[in-house]
Design a protein around this ligand. Sequence first.
Ligand code: GTP
Ligand code: MG
Length: 234
Amino acid sequence: EEILKQEQERFIKENLLSDEMIELLKENIMPFNTLMAYYRCAIMEVETKFKVLNEEFSLQYDRNPIESIKSRIKSMDGIFKKAKKKNIPITMEGIEEGIRDIAGVRVICSFPEDIYMLADCLLKQDDVVLVERKDYIKNPKPSGYRSLHLIIEIPIFLQNEKKMMKVEVQFRTIAMDFWASVEHKVRYKKNIPDSEAEQLAAELSSCADQIAAMDNKMEEIRRRIAEAEEREAE
Ligand code: GTP
Ligand code: MG
């Protein structure tokens, strides 16, 4: 009882919370922390799947399709801001149902074709359920943003139950990731004058096209190297 109260107060102090959020957490601080722990478990499951695929692929083809994996849990603040923005009821169920990117896994690949290969391998697994697929590589956003986004559900196995958890997986090449990180900085800078921001957006959009062309060229070069090696081996 006392520990619970301390925990509540610590949370409320550490996160500048809205009244609604404080209300939810007063009743639900333990369930909320438990839910976040489940999302961390779901991330571990998804990361392991990719590490296994990377290992298998590197044995088979002698190269790693995955350059790196970056995972994150959405912050409290982020969760509540999004709930507000999307009119999702601030309840445990509302959050779990309505916010699908609380657990996020970003898979950075060397080449575009690796992205589709890895996404297919993941979705073929019989414990992975596809909820939504958005291909911003084939259909880039107006900003120029490119990535393949999947919302999936995967089970985590607890003491007495199997629980399906939603995870957002973003696949990008190194170049797409570089672009997104620079563009993100411009997008969220508050004191850039409108005219300057407009010009930067146009330049970034042009950079996105150049990056896409380069990714395709690099992929073609990689393929030609592999073909030359095969001919040599014959
Ligand atoms: P959100 O409410 O932002 O989650 O939008 P959504 O549910 O329609 O998801 P969407 O698949 O469009 O994008 C979700 C995530 O993709 C964002 O949180 C970013 O990480 C990334 N993203 C989408 N568009 C852009 C963009 O134009 N620039 C950058 N840098 N990242 C983007
Ligand atoms: Mg999102």
